[in-house]
Design a protein around this ligand. Structure first.
Ligand code: A2P
Length: 290
């Protein structure tokens, strides 16, 4: 049995989804199809991952009915602003080949031009009111940015998706999310970011996690995913490999102890990337029309 999480608006989502950040378009169709055939019912993508069309194709090829799959995508910062974000919804849904989204997030705060972030969020509120999306949320918002958003908008986000793995647990953001009833969703939930950004250590090789996994006959990735689930988070591990996609979904038949969860929490290094200062000049990818 898989696990589900429930948002502050009552909508439920499978806790584990397939992530496709860094998945090339040509690999995305197979990864999504494989995951859905293995039982995944949640896919996380983003306009800026440039693979929404292929996610849609994978969904189509799997033969799994659209209404059985939870689809989450994100608006990129170049599409912030009220009308721009409404149009971004049109682009994403056309590429994905769906009419409604289950969850639509703002991908990043545009901190230097925060008013555009607010206007983008107001567009999400409109899409929610119209039934075009079932839930709305944010990603990479630190507490100060969340406060600024909450002060100027009406609907509390359902989700704040942040980098979160045992070497970077972002306790302060998690506490802030919890205080507002916002679900924390982990990107790079098994620490893949550490290999992309050249860090010398990676929780996929961590000896404490390995020792815990040996008790249950589970890998480091599986232990980390279990840690997320038992702490009430959603996690979206990325893989293009069928065996690892399967492994990352085989996490519902064991239970970590409270002591094991605490030992994993204690691995936090506080070493994080800056998620608060992306700007249009350095990150201004243009999202093409559908
Ligand atoms: P691959 O796609 O070749 O499987 P994250 O989602 O935390 O960013 O991690 C993604 C990275 O971890 C990718 O490099 C992915 O490579 C790798 N990965 C995914 N699942 C596993 C697993 N079960 N064991 C080891 N590495 C994994």
């Amino acid at each position: 049995m898989s696990s589900a999480v429930t948002f502050n608006n009552g909508v439920t989502m499978p806790a584990i989804g397939l992530g496709v950040f860094q998945t090339a378009p040509e690999e995305t169709v197979t990864a999504v199809q494989t995951a859905l055939e293995l039982g995944y019912r949640h896919i996380d993508t983003a306009a800026a991952y440039l693979n929404e069309r292929e996610v849609g194709e994978g969904l189509h090829r799997s033969g799994v009915p659209r209404e059985e799959v939870f689809i989450e995508t994100k608006v990129w910062i170049t599409d912030y602003g009220y009308d721009e974000t409404l149009h971004a919804f049109e682009k994403s849904t056309k590429k994905l080949g769906v009419e409604q989204l289950d969850l639509l997030l703002l991908h990043q705060p545009l901190t230097a031009k925060f008013e555009r972030t607010i206007q983008a969020y107001k567009a999400l509120e409109k899409l929610l009111a119209d039934g075009a999306v079932r839930a709305i949320g944010v990603s990479n918002l630190v507490p100060a940015r969340l406060d600024a958003l909450l002060a100027e908008t009406d609907i509390v986000p359902a989700v704040n998706q942040i980098e979160l793995h045992p070497y970077n647990t972002h306790a302060e953001i998690q506490a802030k999310n919890a205080a507002h009833g916002i679900l924390t969703q982990a990107w790079s939930p098994i620490g893949g970011i550490r290999s992309y950004n050249g860090s010398s250590s990676n929780p996929l090789n961590d000896p404490t996690i390995r020792a815990i996994g040996e008790v249950y006959g589970k890998t480091n990735a599986q232990v980390m995913l279990r840690w997320h689930i038992q702490q009430g988070r959603s996690a979206i591990p990325k893989s293009i490999n069928a065996e690892r996609i399967a492994q990352n979904f085989d996490v519902f038949d064991f239970e970590l102890t409270g002591d094991e969860l605490t030992r994993i929490d204690a691995l936090d290094t506080g070493d994080t990337i800056d998620i608060d200062n992306l700007d249009l000049e350095s990150s201004g990818i243009v999202i093409d029309e559908a």
